[in-house]
Design a protein around this ligand. Structure first.
Ligand SMILES: [Zn+2]
Length: 621
């Protein structure tokens, strides 16, 4: 599927970014803009700004930003085409898809289609084939009801080497793409074979319900095969960004404002079937920051529910840190020895389970209990290590009051003076911020944009060029025509401005000049950040602005300001040329050459004079 650029532009222009973002983020009007708490990083004071007149958003905390499509793609974890579709639906725009074989979005659609074909093949095999009988038996033994099996799309991969491969051929699937998705693989002799054989299949859904990957659990324990086989990462499946079960549980998580994190597919399905529906599974990998970010859109309260074996404890400890860093209220529940969530809820039912969850410990209690059980707290050396490590984790808590309470309870537990732990905490926080700073400095120093960012180049030329670039991203057709009529990208001194103006010119030719369009055409992240800063700090960077925008009629004065900027730009260029010519005169003694140079200087000075304000009046006198 492919939507023509002009249509995308039309859709973007018909939707208001403020309307769409405010259905997900609470926004308050602040001057010309709207502000709110950023949905892409955790914060207590708003640094997320939405510009209604430019139709873009920007977070000054985590540097995310873009137009309305970018917002939906990141917020909902969906593709560009899905974001366009969603906004078209929102504004009631009839989208007719055009068939085409090219384009990245079509590539992704092909991958989704292959996964869908595979998912159907696996469910058909589970329910309709005689070979599916052992899988049906297994699921029955695990007490998974047919209705739940269907809603989670469970399937079965038969044990042969080419069942799915034959199906792929019959359905004319692109074999290389099918291989990319990890459904088949190629032997050295070039022959394809099925990757999933004799496994129960758990499709993994994106948050909006598309099949992005598969997990396969082996049915018969065999020494040669891993218990679980998962899809490799590919363009539609990033492991670190997906959570098993989220598509099914997101509404309940939002409703209860709480999520339970379990480890495995079957744990989740079993809880779900017993009425506990606010669950997600990390499915074997340790929790990532991206997964936590995804979750934080639904709730910030989490109970980590892991097995009580050592692997489970370790996974829980690791998850805690990431969750705390993202401002989650973290509790931990470790199941009785030998139980997993599936066995526990089947044995005890929902009520007992709910009660067990409600008694989950906060992360501090949990940590100390684990180390106590390991006997580490009775040895002074070990205990010191544990306390230090715990203070380090408390330092990650953003809420200062909560931090204080945690320090108090840690002090109580070990009979230590609170002040001592506090100073340990402060030392740690200071050390952290010292370590962070130089690192960031060096990162930035490596880029040529540093000069511009720090605004060190205060020369008139650099300032004027910067103003022109800002105006080129203003979305005002009259201003763009005026500037582009007189100035070409190659006229700019700075490479960065050359590049930015080139982007504008290319899109101007197609009639696409809205800042919300242009900003997404900049691929380089630093250049993009530079333009964001220009667009959101216009009053500050332009001292002239306030002079021209008296009466509050900024729009009316903008073109005059642009014309003035063009004039200053030209004067600057003439000054540079004059400087060069004068230098040449001082370097030569050839009178003919000097005469020619003087003539050029005079022409340039005339031109410069004609550019000066009130020059017409002067000439007439
Ligand atoms: Zn942010």
């Amino acid at each position: 599927m492919r939507i023509p650029e002009q249509k995308i532009d039309e859709i973007r222009q018909s939707a208001n970014i403020v309307d769409i973002i405010s259905t997900h983020v609470q926004l308050k009007k602040r001057g010309k803009n709207f502000i709110g708490l950023c949905p892409f990083h955790s914060e207590k004071t708003p640094s997320f700004v939405v510009s209604e007149d430019k139709q873009i958003y920007r977070c000054f905390g985590c540097a995310s930003g873009g137009n309305i499509f970018k917002f939906l793609m990141d917020y909902k974890n969906i593709s560009f085409i899905e974001a366009v579709q969603e906004i078209a639906d929102f504004i009631g725009y009839q989208l007719k898809m055009e068939e085409s074989n090219k384009g990245e979005d079509d590539e992704l659609e092909i991958l989704y289609d292959i996964n869908l074909t595979a998912a159907r093949f696996f469910t058909d095999t589970l329910y309709k084939s005689s070979e599916g009988e052992i899988a049906r038996e297994y699921l029955k033994k695990r007490n998974i009801k047919p209705q739940i099996q269907k809603s989670f799309g469970l399937g079965f991969a038969p044990s042969g080497w080419n069942n799915f491969y034959d199906h792929a051929i019959a359905n004319k699937l692109d074999l290389e793409k099918t291989k990319l998705l990890g459904l088949i693989d190629k032997k050295e002799n070039g022959k394809f074979y099925d990757k999933y054989r004799g496994r129960i299949i758990f499709p993994i859904f994106s948050p909006n319900g598309r099949v992005i990957a598969f997990g396969g659990r082996i049915l018969e324990n065999s020494e040669n095969a891993a218990k679980y086989l998962n899809s490799p990462e590919n363009p539609i499946y990033l492991k670190r960004k997906s959570l098993y079960g989220l598509y099914h549980s997101k509404e309940e998580i939002r409703k209860l404002d709480k999520v339970i994190l379990v480890e495995g597919y079957l744990d989740l399905i079993s809880l779900f079937q017993n009425g506990v529906k606010n669950v997600v599974a990390s499915s074997g990998t340790s929790l990532t920051e991206e997964q936590v970010q995804l979750l934080s859109r639904f709730t910030k309260n989490i109970v980590v529910l892991f097995d009580s074996d050592e692997a489970g404890q370790k996974a829980a400890l690791r998850s805690i840190e990431i969750l705390i860093k993202s401002d989650f209220e973290v509790k931990v529940a470790l199941l009785p020895k030998g139980e997993d969530p599936d066995s526990y809820i089947q044995k005890n039912g929902k009520e007992v389970f709910d009660d067990f969850i409600s008694r989950a410990q906060n992360f501090l209690e949990f940590r100390l209990r684990i180390f106590e059980e390991r006997g580490m707290l009775s040895d002074p050396n070990e205990a010191t290590k544990v306390i230090r490590e715990t203070v380090r984790i408390i330092a990650l808590v953003n809420d200062k009051i909560k931090q204080g309470l945690l320090i108090t309870s840690l002090a109580k537990k070990f009979n230590l003076r609170e002040k001592m732990l506090e100073s340990e905490l402060i030392d740690y926080i200071n050390k952290q911020s010292q370590q962070k700073k130089p690192q960031k400095e060096t990162e930035r120093a490596s880029s040529g944009i540093l000069e511009l960012k720090n605004n060190r180049d205060k020369s008139s030329t650099a300032q004027t060029e910067k103003e022109l670039i800002r105006l080129l991203f203003s979305g005002d057709n009259e201003i763009l025509s005026a500037i582009l009529h007189d100035i070409e990208p190659s006229d700019f001194n700075s490479i960065i401005f050359k590049e930015l103006s080139r982007i504008v010119v290319e899109n101007y030719e197609d009639g696409l000049i809205a800042p919300a369009h242009l900003i997404e055409q900049i691929n380089d992240s630093e250049l993009k950040e530079y333009v964001f800063n220009l667009l959101f700090n216009e009053e500050e960077i332009s001292p002239k602005w306030s002079e021209l925008s008296h009466n509050g009629e900024i729009k009316k004065d903008k073109i005059e300001y642009a014309i003035d900027s063009i004039r200053r730009f030209k004067v600057n260029r003439i000054n540079e040329q004059l400087f060069e010519l004068n230098k040449k005169i001082s370097e030569t003694s050839d009178s003919q050459a000097i005469y020619e140079l003087m003539k050029s200087i005079k022409d340039l000075e005339d031109e410069k004079r004609s550019l000066m304000p009130n020059s017409k009046n002067n000439n007439e006198e």
